[in-house]
Design a protein around this ligand. Sequence first.
Ligand SMILES: O=P(O)(O)OC[C@H]1O[C@H](O)[C@H](O)[C@@H](O)[C@@H]1O
Length: 545
Amino acid sequence: AVPTTMPGLMRLKGGSSMPTWSDNPAVIKLREIAKNPYDLSAKDAISPARINMMQASACGLKLLYGTERVDEATIDALANLAKERDVFGKMKAMMDGEVINKIESYESENRKVLHTAMRDVFDKRNEAPAAKEASDLEMAELSKLKDWCNKLDKEKTFTDLVLIGIGGSDLGPRALYLALQGYKKDNRRVHFVSNVDPDDAAMVLKGIPDLSKTLVLVCSKSGGTLETLTNEQLVRDFFVKKGLDPKKHFACVTGKGSPMDNPAEYLISFYMFDYIGGRYSATSMVGGPMLAFGLGYQNYEMILKGAHDMDRNAISEKDVRKNLPLLLALLGVWNRNFLGHQTLAVLPYSQALVRFTAHLQQLDMESNGKHIDREGRFVDYATGPIIWGEPGTNGQHSFYQLIHQGTDVVPCEFVGFTNSQFGMDLDVKGTTSQQKLNSNLLAQSLAMAQGHITSNPNKCFDGNRPNCIILGKKLDPYTLGALLSLYEHKVAFQGFLWDINSFDQEGVQLGKVLANQFLDIYQKVNKGESVPATDNLSALVQQMP
Ligand SMILES: O=P(O)(O)OC[C@H]1O[C@H](O)[C@H](O)[C@@H](O)[C@@H]1O
């Protein structure tokens, strides 16, 4: 359990308008239900009627949750929890551009959270002044991007693009690009450099066919991230050594007014804004120029459209049984807080989603890995789970043993599609590869839920391993945008339920500060100055073989 007070840190004054977690009537009710949750392993516990009833659809995605340990009373209690924790009020405040990225009475980022405005560029736009201003600014960036894409298409000067960025300036955009290889533009390739490990850049640069036809897009919201600035320098140096002028090849995406906001250094500069969190930035200019270069502007627009439509589902659909992000969030809270499961495996049965779980790790764990609530009080309930996973069926031949028979229960979210992206499939022994893939997905879901008891304990499956399935027809740009937004809002809704701030990331600062102190020591070593072995940092540096 998470302590309510922490040694050396003060517990804070009360005054919250939100009842404490344990005082919420819905929490009390859910704890009662959790003493005897729905038994999926009982005979006939999973019936066709249950499968048909426990599903919800929006924006081309269907969520099947008959294999979760819930019954209708559980869903009703979860719906009450959503009401008591005012999740719709908080979601509206977010989408309207109220300053919600803050901790009351403490130094914090104090920002709006407006990633939804980045795709609110279609019809029925949010007229709240802050949201409107943000989407107007994004429309200007989008029209600049469209012109740039047309120019690149006409001039045909560039075939390759190297994106330099890390964290939110890499994971989401990279996951989306890799997910849509069936929609790639002919004769265009995108490469990614993120790690400050020099071998990352070296390997990418080695694989570029023609540097003279290569664009470099440096992407950093803050314009001050060590890894990105170092890699930019390294790649610039490489261009110069090959006799090429970086100014004719380098473009950037950064926050307005950041140290990188220096248009003279770049072919073109695109902007994002302080109200777009890194991990929520894939549908801002952080994702835009690279995705439009690699997949075409129209496909990028379809990603935005899918994301926007799911935004509408999240805010407008007040019935939790029809609101996909909220339903997924509530099922997650049920598994985390009431059934006590610490981790969540996200298992896409789609090779295209090979980096999607990695993106979700940042999205979810950086957002909801928090130990204080919005008033600065240490929470006495669990918050964000540990997210992990790999595409199936590969995972089945690796870690699924533990999921089926291990001593920890791992809730799973499966993602699958009826059709393949490339349509290159073959009927072997009466079924296609896609059907073989999907048979495995469905089999795993059912096996985890219902289990199988035999007299041989080694072959026993307890069942009651909760999971749900997210299904789409085909992983196209629209569906991918909807899937991205589904998870963004799942995470936001969970943060609202826990009453934490899902939009800052103070937890990554301490390591950065210490890394800079280590760099000072390395600098001294490089200059031949002596470093005293009397402090931990120097002692650790001297341990390097
Ligand atoms: O885009 P940048 O400012 O370079 O930031 C890149 C990343 O760095 C940080 O460490 C944060 O934890 C991430 O949320 C952010 O996405």
